[in-house]
Each structure stands twice: as C-alpha cells, then as structure tokens.
Design a protein around this ligand. Structure first.
Ligand code: HAM
Length: 438
C-alpha cells in the first residue's frame, strides 16, 4: 500500500461540524457589520511582498520570520497575506475610495498565513474576520470599533473569557524618542535578555516590553514608562477614548506595556486577552493606524481597525459549551425496495427537496431494515418507505422515527403531509428570488 497523505504541518481541514461554527460566526459578523454600515471586502490571497514589508515593518516578527514568500514565474516576489489590513489599505488607495463618503467602513472574513510555530490556537493557515474604518480620526470611532468587537464576543458567548487590554503608543515621533530612552535603559543589561530580545533591541526595542520570558518581564517592569514620553495630543485622545468606553459601559484594563506586533499603529492599541492565560492566546487585536495610507502611497488618511482569530474564538465557544444551530440535519430519509419503487422515489425526493424538506434517499440495494438503520444513524425525524405493495397501491408509508409509529398516505399527498408534520417554519426553502432580498 502506498503512504497516505497528511496535511502539511500547522494547517487543518475544516470538517462539517466545525463548518457549523464557521457559518454561525460569519452570520454574526455579517449581521453586526451591516447594522453598523460596514460593507464586505475580499482582497487577494497573495500580494506583492513589498506591501507587507512596508506596512507591517521589516523588523516585525511577521515580516522577518513568518511570511510565506515565493517568486512567480517572472521572478516577482509575492507573499500569502499574513494579515488583512495592508491589503485593505492597498485596495482603498488603488480603487480611489477616498472619493467615497468618508469614513469608508469595510469588513472581511478570510484565511491568512503565517509561518508561526504550530501549537494550540496557533496555525499556519488561520481565519480572521476584521473591520477597518478608514478616513477619519476621532476617539469615538475607536470606541465604536471596540464596541463592535465586544458585541460580537457577547453574541458568540465568549465575552466572559476575555478582558480588553488598552493602551496608547502615541505618534511615531514620540515613540522614536522613547525607543532611544529604552535602548539606553537596556545598556549593560543585555546579558539578562532572551535571544529574541537581544536581537530586537537595536531595531524593535518596543517589543521587549511585552516579552513573555521571566527575566525580560522583570526588566520590562522597571523600564521607564512609555507614557512619560508620549505627546500631549495622543494622551488627550486616549483620555477621551476612555470616557467613551465608560459611557458605553465597556470594561477595560489599562495596559501600558501593550505594544502589538505590527509597526503601523499610532495612538490607540487594544487586544482581547484570555483572563487566565493572558496574551498567549489573544482572540483579537487592533488599533489606530493614521500613517499607513500615506506610507503606502495614498494621501494622508487616518484609520482604525480590529481583527479576530476565528479558530481561537471557536475553541473558546466549545470550551464554554456554546451550541450553534445545526442547519445540516436532514428531515427525511426515503427508503425503497425494488426497481419499481426506486423509480417512484427519484421524483419524490426531488419534490420534497424543492419544497425545502432536507431529504436523503437510500438508493442502494440494502434491505428495508438496513435502510431504516441508516435512517436512524442520520437522525432523521421521518422515513418514507416505498415497497412493492405501495407501488401497486400508489401509496407510501411515513414513519415517525422517534415514536416508531407509521401511517400510509396516497403518493400524491406525501409532500403535503410531511410539510404538515415538519412544520412550515422548519423547512429549508431555497428560492433565488427570495434570497436576493433576504
Ligand atoms: P493580529 O493581532 O496580528 O492583528 O491578529 C489578530 C488575531 O488573529 C489574533 O488576535 C489571533 O486571534 C489571530 N491569529 C494571529 N495569528 C494566528 C495564528 N498563527 N493562528 C491562529 N490565529 C492567529 C492583525 O492581524 C491586525 N491586522 C489587526 C488590525 C486590523 N489592526 C487594525 N486593523
């Protein structure tokens, strides 16, 4: 026998049961997004590598270690998108969205790719949904973005597991000054740092503040606080944001060490941390990025956004025993005996499906008993049985699988009777016309 294939390391199939969670999440996100005026956008799975380098930053972990980068046949460097914001901003500029009414509100639900070290909650292909508000700067917009994230956590039943962490990292100029202060502070202390932090110190010293290694944490604890070096405007902006969050009764924890792993942020940054495990498995994060549009070649345009990890949310929904509707369950199983019966079954199955009765037909050669056992395994509510006698008499048997009782019905009345039994509101109707307006 030849060797069987496995998925590559760090990626996984989304099996039918998990798709029920995915579908539910997508619906919640779509519902909340529409309520708030967001429109959906999809950007390509890959973009020019330079886009991510310039936006996320050359020295970030994502760009320096985690990108899936390859050359196409003409030698152009392309990268599978490791996050969504850069592509959305590229699209905003490319499609002249600055001519649309501002701010432009966009949302997405897409797969992303990072060459991360695989572990629980960390994959190499993962799904994110996200929101971007591009075109205006006001702490009220940051508050709305956080409120939307919060609402979705509530809808999905995971709000109790996570705590909002909030910080401001000021303007790039103020941050530059502070980075120098940090580098000076660490002079002579390099030996106590982990290898990762040693490497980050010269180029990305802010990241030393949120390192999880014990010694690095102790040093970060007593480092000069960033707030002392931030510009007045950013600090005032932050105070106003907190007033709005209080007004909205959104709980948060001020976390002066929160810096985020992407370079494009200005002022507000936030993350939802697991109450027990802290930053390890944050379900989502975001912040303001007022300089990114200009950095990518557009006019100076402020923006704020958020994205969340779908797999991590689903894992927490399962942990919290949140149940999602199972729309895939079948209503009816059609069993038959003999060729003549099979001929009657095919149009019946078609008719049942057309009215929205989710129907499966056992069209193989098994005995009625074997077919009924199958019907049980599929957990259908009703089975329709057609044998030689029924064909001769123009009837069918409808069996209530749970109660084990059955009735004989005229063939042309089967659909009508099943609709009655299942209930109109439970049907899975498909009407392209209706779908257009639903
Ligand atoms: P991020 O914090 O890098 O932000 O990612 C957001 C979320 O994606 C994380 O909180 C986590 O739930 C999920 N995630 C990230 N990496 C993985 C992974 N390897 N496996 C599973 N889940 C993962 C961003 O991506 C920014 N674009 C957020 C943003 C939007 N900022 C402004 N607008």
């Amino acid at each position: 026998m030849s060797e069987t294939f496995q998925t590559p390391k760090g990626v996984h199939d989304i099996l039918p049961l998990d798709h029920e969670f995915h579908t539910y999440l997508k619906k919640v996100v779509r519902h909340r997004a529409r309520q708030a005026g967001f429109r959906r956008i999809s950007t390509p799975i890959f973009e020019y590598t330079e886009l991510f380098k310039r936006s996320i930053g050359d020295d970030s972990d994502i760009v320096s270690k985690e990108m899936y980068t390859f050359e196409d046949r003409k030698g152009r460097s392309l990268t599978l998108k490791p996050e969504g914001t850069a592509g959305v901003v590229r699209s905003y500029i490319q499609n002249g969205m600055n001519q649309w009414p501002q701010p432009v509100l966009l949302y997405y639900f897409e797969p992303h790719f990072r060459y991360d070290r695989p572990q629980k909650g960390r994959y190499r292909q993962f799904w994110q949904f996200g929101f971007e508000i591009i075109g205006e700067s006001d702490p009220a917009l940051d508050a709305q973005c956080i409120q939307l994230a919060n609402k979705i956590n509530e809808d999905l039943g995971v709000d109790g597991v996570f705590k909002l962490q909030l910080n401001t990292i000021g303007t790039p100029e103020a941050r530059k000054k502070y980075m120098q202060v940090l580098q000076d502070y660490y002079v002579g202390k390099e030996r106590s740092l982990c290898d990762n932090c040693k490497a980050r110190l010269s180029k990305n010293p802010l990241r030393l503040l949120d390192c999880k290694e014990e010694d690095c944490k102790i040093l970060a604890e007593i480092a000069p606080p960033m707030r002392d070096y931030l510009d007045k405007e950013s600090l005032a902006y932050h105070e106003e944001l907190k007033e709005y969050l209080d007004e909205l009764e959104i709980e948060y924890e001020e976390n002066p060490k929160l810096v985020r792993g992407l370079d494009y942020y200005t002022k507000t940054v936030f993350e939802f941390w697991d109450k027990e495990n802290g930053s390890q498995n944050a379900i989502g994060g975001g912040g303001r990025y007022d300089d990114l549009v200009e950095l990518l070649g557009g006019q100076s345009t402020p923006a704020v956004g958020y994205s969340a990890g779908v797999e991590r949310i689903i894992a927490n929904m399962k942990r919290e025993k949140v149940r999602v509707p199972s729309k895939d369950d079948l209503h009816v199983f059609v069993a038959q005996l003999g060729n003549e019966a099979k001929k009657k079954c095919l149009p019946l199955i078609e008719e049942l499906r057309e009215v929205g009765i989710k129907t499966m037909g056992a069209l193989g050669k098994g005995s009625i008993n074997v077919q009924l056992r199958l019907a049980n395994k599929f957990k259908v509510d009703y089975a329709v049985l057609i044998g030689i006698t029924e064909v001769r008499e123009g009837t069918a048997i409808i069996r209530n699988m749970e109660k084990g009782v059955q009735e004989t019905v005229k063939m042309e009345k089967v659909t009508e009777r099943l609709i009655e039994l299942i209930g109109d509101k439970n049907l899975d109707k498909y009407s392209p016309g209706e779908l257009l307006y639903s």
